[in-house]
Design a protein around this ligand. Structure first.
Ligand code: C2E
Ligand code: CA
Ligand code: CA
Ligand code: CA
Length: 280
């Protein structure tokens, strides 16, 4: 596209310029936001058992409302936070807030649900995240096996001592590892089982291909067969249609997540949702 048309070059440059500018101002805004305490919020998306269709866990997803009141997507600001190293501070904040919520949920309707958190490769390589997590769990009297840490395939491929130490420590203390966006990277299933991941999440792009006559269904079937042979649990993410749901249940997927079943919610809405599920 670079040399398309007469004005190809200038268009390209302008687009580059815009992206660069957006990146720089996002980074600055993010830095400012970390000086306030009220711009980041957590929402929670339920994950369902494939057989019973009951919610069994919650994935914690961060939200940012900037000082202009706009909601900025984590798909946009997490990469910026990673590039700038701000992810380390952001991650610590997020854990503060999460553990505050977990303590307030004690003996309530959310107490029985498992918790999954996203930890980026940069956090694993630059922060003592395992130690931090374990300390907080201990303080809050929350069993380590309630927690799952979602990492991407990049984390498995990165050769970094601190990252390895973090993953080993999490595993040794009974925190489950889940491979997020599975299928988009290059790691093999045998490698994943060596690293003692207990779960993988098939990337949304494959779920999207169900019923579209693509090879995605075959990839899902093969992934399920191999993962189950290796004792790895499989989550399908991004389930949006009844057709996808039916296929995934028929194929014996373990867990399901997606807009069809529940969207990410802030806590008040989540409480209503869980209460309504109990009444069914
Ligand atoms: P992810 O971990 O793959 O999270 C799943 C994303 O898919 C979430 O986007 C979720 O809202 C969205 N989603 C769930 N169900 C559906 C569906 O049925 N259809 C579609 N189209 N989307 C669905 P979100 O919340 O915008 O997060 C984007 C990414 O940002 C996450 O992808 C994760 O990589 C990252 N992220 C979010 N929160 C955190 C965090 O606290 N820490 C770190 N390190 N990364 C985070
Ligand atoms: Ca995730
Ligand atoms: Ca994912
Ligand atoms: Ca993702």
């Amino acid at each position: 596209a670079k040399q398309n048309g007469r004005n190809g070059f200038s268009f390209f440059d302008e687009a580059m310029d815009y992206r660069m500018h957006r990146h720089v101002s996002l980074e600055q805004n993010l830095r400012d936001a970390l000086n306030h305490d009220d711009q980041f919020h957590l929402c929670f998306q339920p994950v369902f058992d494939c057989h019973s269709l009951q919610p069994v866990s919650l994935e914690v997803l961060i939200r940012w409302q900037n000082s202009q009141g706009e909601w900025v997507s984590p798909a946009e600001f997490i990469p910026v936070a990673e590039d700038s190293g701000l992810i380390v501070e952001l991650g610590r904040r997020q854990l503060n807030y999460l553990f505050q919520r977990l303590e307030s949920w004690k003996d309530g309707p959310l107490d029985g649900l498992r918790i999954s958190i996203n930890i980026s490769t940069v956090q694993l390589a630059r922060d003592q995240i395992a130690e931090n997590l374990l300390r907080r769990l201990r303080w809050s009297h929350i069993p380590t096996n309630r927690l799952t840490v979602e990492i991407t395939e990049t984390s498995l491929m990165t050769d970094n001592q601190q990252l390895r130490d973090n993953l080993t420590m999490l595993h040794q203390h009974g925190i489950s590892l889940s491979i997020d966006d599975f299928g988009t990277g290059h790691s093999s299933l045998s490698y994943i089982s060596q690293l003692q991941a207990s779960q993988l999440k098939i990337d949304r792009s494959f779920i999207n291909g169900i019923g579209q006559g693509s090879s995605d269904e075959a990839v899902i079937q093969a992934t399920l067969a191999l993962a189950h042979q290796l004792g790895i649990q499989v989550v399908a993410e991004g389930v949006e249609t009844e057709q996808q749901l039916a296929f995934l249940r028929q194929q014996g997927t373990d867990l399901l997540q997606g807009y069809l079943l529940a969207k990410p919610m802030f806590e008040p809405q989540l409480l209503e949702f869980i209460a309504a599920q109990r009444d069914i």
